[in-house]
Every structure is written in structure tokens, then in C-alpha cells.
Design a protein around this ligand. Structure first.
Ligand code: ZN
Length: 89
């Protein structure tokens, strides 16, 4: 094996493999966000509301508006990509 080929083999495929892995991970996350667009709200842990210490009164979570769900970042990206696609047509 020539020295040039040896160095090319050492640096080239490694970077390519990492890039491919990153693309696969990003595509997987995007697909996951398309199938499951919501995640539990971080503030109320998906409950949608907060109870008072007495337990008899409660108020809606103001982060998620009482739904307990928040749209994933990946789904926002997907919606943005779809809107670009729609504008183009
Ligand atoms: Zn919430």
C-alpha cells in the first residue's frame, strides 16, 4: 500500500462514516418527530395543571396552556420544511 493511500484510508472514511451517522441520526429524529409530534411539557410533566397544596384547587400550566403537551423541535423543523415545499409549488 502506498503512503498516500494509507493516509487517505485513515482520515477519509472516518469522517464520512461520522457524517453518515449524523445524517442518519438527524433523519431518525425527524421521522420520530413526525410520528410522535408532542412531548410532555417540562414544566408540568405532562399533567397540564398545577394543584394547590390543599389539592382542591388547581390552575392550568401557562407553558402548555393546560394541554400538557409541547410540540417537538423536530416537528417544528418538519412543518417549516413542508411550508417551504408548499410555497415552491
Ligand atoms: Zn405544562
Amino acid at each position: 500500500m502506498s503512503p498516500l493511500l494509507a493516509t487517505a484510508n485513515h482520515t477519509g472514511p472516518d469522517l464520512g462514516a461520522w457524517l453518515l451517522l449524523a445524517i442518519i441520526a438527524a433523519a431518525g429524529y425527524l421521522l420520530h418527530s413526525v410520528i410522535w409530534p408532542y412531548r410532555a411539557c417540562h414544566k408540568c410533566q405532562g399533567a397540564g395543571r398545577f394543584r394547590s397544596p390543599s389539592g382542591r384547587a388547581w390552575r392550568y400550566c401557562n407553558r402548555c396552556g393546560g394541554k400538557g403537551a409541547q410540540l417537538r423541535t423536530g416537528r417544528r423543523i418538519w412543518t417549516h420544511l413542508k411550508s417551504i415545499d408548499r410555497d415552491r409549488r
